[in-house]
Design a protein around this ligand. Structure first.
Ligand SMILES: *[C@@H]1O[C@H](CO)[C@@H](O)[C@H](O)[C@H]1NC(C)=O
Ligand SMILES: *[C@@H]1O[C@H](CO)[C@@H](O)[C@H](O)[C@H]1NC(C)=O
Ligand SMILES: *[C@@H]1O[C@H](CO)[C@@H](O)[C@H](O)[C@H]1NC(C)=O
Ligand SMILES: *[C@@H]1O[C@H](CO)[C@@H](O)[C@H](O)[C@H]1NC(C)=O
Ligand SMILES: *[C@@H]1O[C@H](CO)[C@@H](O)[C@H](O)[C@H]1NC(C)=O
Ligand SMILES: *[C@@H]1O[C@H](CO)[C@@H](O)[C@H](O)[C@H]1NC(C)=O
Ligand SMILES: *[C@@H]1O[C@H](CO)[C@@H](O)[C@H](O)[C@H]1NC(C)=O
Ligand SMILES: *[C@@H]1O[C@H](CO)[C@@H](O)[C@H](O)[C@H]1NC(C)=O
Ligand SMILES: *[C@@H]1O[C@H](CO)[C@@H](O)[C@H](O)[C@H]1NC(C)=O
Ligand SMILES: *[C@@H]1O[C@H](CO)[C@@H](O)[C@H](O)[C@H]1NC(C)=O
Ligand SMILES: *[C@@H]1O[C@H](CO)[C@@H](O)[C@H](O)[C@H]1NC(C)=O
Ligand SMILES: *[C@@H]1O[C@H](CO)[C@@H](O)[C@H](O)[C@H]1NC(C)=O
Length: 810
């Protein structure tokens, strides 16, 4: 009976697929609450963007923290700007926010309030609205703003109240979100209605500056909007620090030479319009190459200025991305539907580009502009792309390889086209390893050169850059000791922040595992496989068995060059640390871990969890240690080192406990409100994590294995368009009563059996990449008997437990 019922669901979801309107389910305002004290709001960007776009056009507010420009509150708007970061931490004033526009009315040309603080305005309550590809808000003075966009261009429309006796648009050269203008140019051609801009600003994560260009066109074709330019001029504060601003119609260009520190100069263009229907339509393009290229991008991508065409094309692109994870929207719990589609949507919204630059033979890296940061994204964003979006992922992987071509190292973090800080290991390594193990056989078709990919991995694993704080790793220490020693001066002269020794050891171990995996799948020989396999066990060398905490013994610690350990309390830097410690990047870090505690990072060896279980004293001690980790408050839902922890029980043969924990974590930390993301979305890291939790999956990066558990939906379909296959996952016996933080005893939460294409799997704890991408039919049977689930563990098969390297896995 049940089986037939499920077949019926498949038929239904296929029918739904044909007429999807999944974009209407996306709530772009999740994660837009302000973070307290500059802390971890979601920093999500709710403006207009297409997937993987360079342009993210939306409003900016005056109050920090505002990493993505936007905040859901009543703070004043300073402009509508063209590019933004999504979900990142970094500078609390934000990233990008370049060349904002601002609409003004009812002023005289020479005395309009063009300056930043003079012009800022609140939004009328309740007027912010957005859907994928579109954003709108209305100011308290009645001016409505709308935005939509393509990859490198977009349209902005201001609609003025009928009572306005004059209508203006300000183009601001100097105010990026960080107020970090270091020089640039604004040029106006009143006869063509074109304003071009070039500016140099500071990156949002790191110490470098970057130069970016934009092109605004203000003479819309009459078929799209009947508007004419009445007066146009340029403005400038003088003296530069003054709030006194002079507007002049005589000038066609203003240039500000490069200065080494940001200036307070205010400058830009002011244009007044006569519009028959009270609206002004603007087209823009952006470029890292030149102002002319910015104009060419706009002309190429939006030749006809057709708003509806641009918006519906953007919507279709999102519809395509969203439909790669299909559920029966009418049948599933509405909260889960909203959470899932709002997360799938954020997930792949990274900003990478490569191909257009080749055309103009400018540094390829210029287009690798916003990959902050692999430490954040390797765990969930890339594995999600691996399942559903191989073509887009291949572009990103190529951008990583390009990074190696230019610098000699796989990039860890790119912010605004320049390298940012390396947070831990060089975590582009597990991303390239992941691509190799999943797509080596299709690399040619995807345009990824695997020899280069492998060389990038090896160079990053072996060579030490002059300053490993910005690129690569401290391989001098790593290859000499097998761990990163504390209090050691590198005789080679290579420098970098010497902190985070224990967690860097753990991440370097995973990085070397990624090389081992690539060596294996790319047939690089047994010697390489063994070398990197052995080095990937380096994390065991920072294990101090004598350290105890909460009744458990054995914790990861810093270690001196002579082999003795440097003690820090295992709870140091955890959310419940009784004394202040720092686990930041800087020299104040006095625990040896990055953004985490020893309590937490002692669990970190995704490729070798059986060793962790052993080091901790075996499965039952491991289970109570994970329980204690949660009950004592060492877990931080909003930060990456905590991501995998709800799934840790799988490695101790207790998937039933993972099922309970994942439900608990999701409902206690995520939601559909503006505060619905527990930490920075981090370029989609948090959203991709939620997607995996809801689907009952967790990726083991740089392997073809995914942990599997109890989904939050009764069925789903994953589509991989490279393979042209849709994989159906059905939960037989799905129990809606489990859709809660603490499923009651007797509800059908526990995975009992997994059948793949009708064949019973030997394990109920993991499936392979192949299972999830090759069009199979996966049936997960759940039941409610907790006692039986505990006894069943991962199942009877000899490989029922998820794999570990040193026990013969991978
Ligand atoms: C999608 O749904 C929204 C909201 O229900 C609706 O306004 C819109 O017209 C729909 N679009 C399509 C293409 O069906
Ligand atoms: C903005 O909202 C805050 C918090 O809700 C409130 O205290 C404040 O009065 C509001 N300010 C304005 C100018 O509306
Ligand atoms: C335009 O409107 C403003 C504000 O209502 C008013 O002060 C100004 O006198 C008006 N100008 C003209 C030319 O009507
Ligand atoms: C404005 O653009 C037109 C058309 O390209 C060109 O002929 C004219 O010289 C430009 N004017 C200025 C001031 O650059
Ligand atoms: C900032 O930009 C200038 C001009 O492009 C360049 O000379 C300088 O090296 C840059 N500074 C940094 C720190 O990148
Ligand atoms: C008039 O303005 C509205 C926005 O308020 C816009 O949607 C429409 O396309 C405009 N129509 C014309 C003919 O300019
Ligand atoms: C603009 O040019 C006109 C005519 O040459 C001149 O009278 C006026 O003073 C100039 N204005 C400014 C602000 O430079
Ligand atoms: C604005 O446009 C209207 C209608 O085309 C025209 O009558 C009027 O003279 C224009 N005003 C200005 C200031 O250009
Ligand atoms: C370590 O290297 C040896 C060969 O020297 C090999 O047999 C063993 O499998 C390697 N261990 C790992 C974990 O890769
Ligand atoms: C969906 O799940 C949420 C969370 O448990 C619950 O509050 C809500 O009532 C459920 N909705 C329906 C329609 O059952
Ligand atoms: C769950 O129900 C079973 C069977 O009724 C009972 O034996 C068990 O003690 C219950 N467990 C909990 C945690 O309430
Ligand atoms: C649950 O499973 C246990 C162990 O297999 C069994 O003894 C018990 O009868 C089951 N309880 C129910 C309510 O089926």
């Amino acid at each position: 009976m049940m089986r037939l019922f499920c077949v019926y669901i498949f038929a239904l979801s296929t029918a739904v697929h044909a007429t999807t309107n999944l974009t209407s389910l996306v709530n772009l305002f999740i994660g837009t609450a302000s973070g307290a004290n500059g802390g971890s709001g979601g920093n999500a960007f709710p403006g207009a963007a297409i997937p993987h776009a360079m342009v993210k056009v939306g409003i900016d507010v005056d109050e920090a923290p505002r990493q993505a420009g936007y905040i859901s509150d009543n703070s004043s708007v300073t402009g509508i700007s063209l590019m933004h970061d999504e979900g990142t931490g970094g500078n609390t004033d934000g990233g990008y926010g370049i060349f904002p526009l601002f609409p003004l009315m009812d002023c005289a040309f020479s005395s309009c309030p063009v300056g930043l603080s003079a012009r800022e305005t609140q939004r009328a309550a309740g007027t912010d609205a957005a859907s994928p590809g579109y954003f709108t808000t209305t100011f308290v003075n009645g001016i409505k703003t709308e935005t939509t966009s393509t990859r490198r261009a977009g349209l902005i429309r201001f609609s003025y109240p009928a009572t306005a006796n004059s209508t203006y648009v300000v183009v601001d050269l100097t105010h990026d979100l960080q107020r970090s203008f270091e020089g640039g140019t604004v040029s106006l051609n009143a006869s063509t209605g074109r304003v071009t801009l070039t500016g140099t600003f500071l990156q949002s994560y790191g110490v470098e500056n970057y130069t970016v260009h934009a092109c605004y066109d203000f003479l819309a074709p009459p078929s799209q909007n009947e508007q004419s330019l009445v007066t146009a001029g340029l403005f400038e504060s003088s003296p530069s620090s003054s709030t006194t601003i002079t507007v002049s119609t005589n000038l066609t260009s203003l240039s500000f030479p490069y200065t080494t520190s940001p200036t307070t100069t205010q400058a830009g263009a002011l244009l007044s319009f006569n519009s028959t229907n009270g609206s002004v339509l603007t087209r823009f393009g952006v470029s890292f190459i030149s102002p002319d290229q910015a104009c060419a991008n706009a002309e190429e991508e939006i030749p006809g200025w057709n708003w509806n065409a641009v918006q519906s094309a953007s919507r279709s692109k999102w519809e395509d991305v969203l439909s790669r994870v299909m559920i029966d929207v009418a049948k599933e719990n509405a909260t889960i539907v909203e959470l899932l589609y709002s997360s799938v949507c954020f997930g792949p919204s990274e900003s990478y580009r490569r191909k257009p630059v080749l055309v103009f033979s400018v540094s390829i890296l210029r287009c690798f502009f916003s990959g902050q940061c692999s430490w954040d994204t390797f765990r969930t964003v890339h594995p999600l792309l691996s399942l559903t979006s191989p073509r887009e992922w291949a572009d990103i992987v190529n951008a990583y390889i390009d990074g190696w071509r230019f610098t000699g190292y796989i990039p860890e973090c790119r912010a605004n086209t320049k390298h940012g800080y390396v947070q831990g290991g060089s975590d582009g390594m597990p991303i390239l390893g992941d691509f190799a193990v999943k797509y080596a056989d299709f690399a040619k078709e995807l345009g990824v050169p695997t020899d280069d990919l492998y060389q990038a991995l090896v160079d990053t694993a072996e060579n030490t850059p002059g300053d490993w704080y910005f690129d690569g790793r401290q391989n001098t220490a790593w290859t000499m000791f097998g761990y990163i020693p504390t209090d050691w001066t590198d005789p080679s002269g290579a420098t970098g922040l010497p902190t985070r020794e224990a967690s860097r050891t753990e991440e370097y171990s995973l990085g070397d595992f990624a090389v081992r995996q690539a060596a294996k799948v790319l047939n690089k020989g047994q010697a390489a496989i063994d070398l990197y396999g052995n080095r990937s066990m380096g994390f065991t060398l920072v294990w101090d068995p004598t350290v105890t905490s909460d009744g458990f013994s054995g914790f990861a610690q810093r270690r001196f060059p002579n082999g003795s350990f440097a003690y820090s309390p295992p709870d140091a830097c955890s959310p419940v640390d009784p004394t202040p410690h720092s686990c930041a990047r800087g020299t104040d870090n006095n625990v040896g871990f990055y953004e985490s505690s020893s309590w937490e990072m002692s669990f970190f060896a995704p490729h070798s969890m059986s060793t962790v279980v052993d080091l901790m004293g075996g499965p039952s001690t491991f289970v109570s240690r994970v329980d204690t980790y949660f009950s004592k408050g060492y877990y931080t839902a909003g930060n990456e080192p905590s991501f995998a922890m709800p799934w840790a029980y799988h490695y101790a043969n207790r998937p039933d406990l993972s099922a309970l924990r994942v439900r608990n974590i999701v409902f206690n930390n995520f939601g559909t409100g503006i505060g619905g993301i527990p930490g920075n979305d981090d370029s989609g890291a948090m959203a991709a994590l939620l997607t995996f939790h809801l689907l009952g999956l967790y990726p083991v990066v740089s392997t073809r294995q995914f942990l599997i558990g109890s989904p939050f939906v009764s069925s789903y379909t994953l589509t991989n368009d490279l393979f042209g296959k849709s994989t159906h996952v059905t939960v037989e016996g799905f129990d809606p009563a489990t859709i809660t933080a603490t499923p009651a005893n007797g509800t059908a939460l526990f995975v009992k059996e997994i059948k793949i294409n009708g064949i019973r799997s030997d394990t109920i704890c993991w499936v392979t990449f192949d299972d999830l991408t090759s069009g199979k039919d996966i049936v997960i049977t759940v039941d409610s008997n907790a006692t039986a689930a505990a006894a069943r563990g991962c199942g009877e098969g000899p490989n029922a437990l998820p794999s570990s390297l040193e026990t013969g896995g991978f």
